[in-house]
Design a protein around this ligand. Structure first.
Ligand code: ADP
Length: 652
């Protein structure tokens, strides 16, 4: 015959707290054996160690020393998974403070342990148990909508949901009126009759009377152990197998954790929204800022490459107004240009220009626009070969032909949808034939690059503007002769004007590669600045996420204590919180990206700035917020999951 093993037995259990240098001996060697089906009350004055003992029995706390066996197994040696299995399947704990989760309905609170035990038909089971404790009409109520007695009945239903072998009740009636207390005791008595062992702590003799056996405790020691009611001895039941060997997480458990994380997000709406807000702001700002920065850089790059890189511009020196030294600026005449052009070793093409503005009329429409006089090479030097119509020829320039090529803005202002090529317009009251349309340049700084008309140089000088000198000369330099040509241009012009090298101010030479360097460094500074602003807002967003996550620590610590008390393993708790933070971060990230893209699109529409959303900025911002969200969501959970359930439950 098999050796008889009791339901539980403890030997020499002690509990010591060290507070500062003080050693507090709370339990001083308790020995106790409880058989299956017993109804035991533990009584004693306040502070005698009753609750401490109950917490040890309920596996919510560990003794300092001693042996604790359930069905003959030393459960103090069990690992986290095995202990969680005991809390889930063998033990049901009822607290004096009920410890319900306030954001869940009564039915969900009752069903919660089944999340960890993997039980099926949770809804039916929780409703059935709530009906058994007389709350069938309160299943959808939240704990705050229930009386104390009702909350305790929900807590009892929760303790029963996994069909435990033992119910531990720690002052279950401590907060209740005597009528409510009697109802609770009746429920516990009925449960005991069904074969569940009940162990209860109380300091009220009236409550202790309900039990069959009374154990008195004082100063951490058993004072007496008496049978109050004789019960017929039941035949020995076979000891349960209480050791759970497998510990891997099944797909069903994962799904369960996933949905309970989603439920947690939904039931903590304010916190979820605030957390996401931090992520949304951080992500949206970095995406829109970097989109603006790189958009600006891209459009500047485009403008620069459209200007051509081997061009030099020769212009008269700046005419200073009333300067002390007086101005030495000299004009540039066509004969100077011809002389310069003779050096074909340095100069590939030369294009003298004049510019001014004029009133232009077509039919009843008129507009004021800028006029540039140029030679036919202009179209190649300035990327201005017409896509529609043609540019003027050398002979048209030599013959002072009244033909013109017009920009798209002028087309829009004068012709609307009409085809301009072949039509006649009046420039300063002189009739010109439109022969081509310039390619679109877009905005150039403040200027509209398409609001212009180009006419042959000679026509412009003699017929329109009446000048005999040019405003500037564009010089296309032979490959690799940039600085040589600069020196040559200046030297020749000074010589021709009989000026010395000290008077070099008479002319200005603008070098395109200088311009490019200047522009690129400006855009780089701008992008860096925008990036810095975006980085700061991302960090601020990160701090926001962190704060919200940290603020909820105490609430979560208690929640984790409760979850562990009803059978959650450490891994299950961590998984739930990991999923919760990841879902929040992901959702916030998606919303942030959409908002960021929307802002860039709106800004580019309203302000006319180019924007460009780079995948780098998306990855950076979403990655950063996700890491912050997950780390600070998981960190408190990890810390709490390492506490004993009772320590976590006591957290404030
Ligand atoms: P009872 O339930 O019998 O009223 P408890 O078991 O709650 O008593 O507490 C017994 C003693 O242990 C009390 O004197 C209490 O101050 C002390 N105590 C309980 N928990 C702690 C703790 N976490 N740290 C230090 N002392 C504690």
């Amino acid at each position: 015959m098999e050796k008889h093993v009791p339901l539980l037995s403890i030997k020499n259990i002690t509990k010591v707290y060290n507070i500062g240098d003080n050693r507090l001996d709370i339990l001083r060697g308790i020995n106790l054996t409880v058989e299956e089906g017993e109804f035991v009350a533990i009584m004693g004055p306040s502070g005698s160690g009753k609750s401490t003992l109950m917490h040890i029995l309920g596996l919510l706390d560990r003794p300092t020393d001693g042996v604790y066996e359930i069905y003959g197994e030393n459960v103090l040696k069990f690992n986290d998974n095995q202990t969680a299995f005991l809390r889930s399947k063998i033990i049901g704990f009822v607290f004096q403070q009920y410890n319900l989760l306030n954001k869940m309905t009564a039915a969900d609170n009752v069903a919660l342990p089944m999340v960890y035990s993997g039980g099926k038909d949770r809804k039916e089971k929780s409703e059935k148990l709530l009906a058994e404790v007389g709350l069938s009409d309160r299943t959808e109520h939240k704990p705050t909508q229930l009386s104390g007695g009702q909350q305790q009945r929900v807590a009892i239903a929760r303790a029963l949901v996994n069909d435990p072998k033992i119910i531990f009740a720690d002052e279950p009636t401590g907060n209740l009126s005597s009528k409510q207390s009697n109802e609770i005791m009746q429920i516990l008595t009925d449960l005991n009759k069904k074969g569940i062992s009940v162990i209860l702590v109380t300091h009220e003799p009236d409550i202790a009377k309900w039990a069959d056996r009374l154990i008195m405790i004082k100063d951490g020691q058993v004072l007496s152990d008496t049978i109050q009611k004789k019960k017929e001895k039941k035949e020995d039941t076979k000891p349960l197998k209480i050791k759970k060997e497998t510990s891997h997480l099944s797909m069903a458990e994962f799904a369960e954790n996933f949905f309970s994380a989603l439920r947690a997000i939904i039931s903590n709406k304010t916190r979820s929204i605030l957390t996401m807000l931090g992520i949304i702001i951080g992500v949206a700002s970095i995406i829109s800022m970097l989109a603006l920065g790189s958009g600006a850089q891209k459009s500047l790059e485009q403008q620069i490459t459209s200007m051509g890189t081997n061009l030099l511009y020769l212009m008269p020196g700046r005419i200073s107004l009333g300067g002390v030294s007086g101005s030495v600026a000299r004009r540039i005449y066509l004969k100077d240009v011809d002389a310069l052009a003779e050096n074909t070793e340095l100069i590939k093409n030369i294009d003298p220009n004049v510019s001014g503005s004029a009133q232009v009329v077509y039919g009843n429409k008129n507009t004021n626009t800028s006029i540039t006089g140029a030679t036919p090479v202009y179209q190649y030097l300035q990327n201005a070969v017409p896509q529609y119509g043609r540019f003027f020829t050398r002979s048209e320039n030599e013959n002072l032909s009244k033909v013109c090529v017009i920009g798209t803005t002028v087309v829009k202002n004068l012709f609307g949808n009409e085809d301009p090529v072949g039509k006649y317009i009046k420039i300063n009251r002189k009739q010109f034939r439109v022969i081509g349309i310039l390619p679109v340049k877009g905005a150039q700084g403040y200027r509209d690059g398409d609001d212009m008309i180009i006419v042959p140089l000679n026509t412009a000088m003699k017929r329109l503007l009446g000048t005999n000198y040019v405003s500037s000369v564009a010089v296309e330099v032979q490959e690799g002769k940039m600085s040589e040509t600069e020196t040559y241009l200046l030297k020749t012009m000074l010589e021709r004007n009989k000026l010395t090298s000290e008077q070099a101010d008479a002319f200005r030479i603008r070098n395109m590669s200088d311009m490019i360097q200047m522009l690129t460094s400006t855009t780089q500074t701008m992008t860096m600045l925008l990036g810095a602003v975006a980085g700061i807002s991302l960090i601020v967003g990160g701090i926001g996420i962190m704060n919200i996550m940290l603020v909820s620590v105490s609430e979560r610590t208690r929640e984790i204590g409760l979850r562990k008390a009803i059978g959650a393993t450490k891994i299950a708790v961590l998984l739930q919180f990991l999923i919760e933070s990841s879902v929040l971060s992901l959702l916030g990230g998606i919303l942030g990206v959409s908002l960021g893209v929307a802002i860039s699109v709106i800004v580019s529409k309203i302000a006319g700035w180019a924007t460009f959303v780079s995948s780098f900025s998306v990855a950076l911002s979403v990655g950063f917020s996700a890491i912050v969200g997950i780390v600070f969501g998981l960190w408190p959970a990890k810390k709490a999951s390492e506490l004993s359930p009772i320590e976590a439950l006591r957290h404030d």
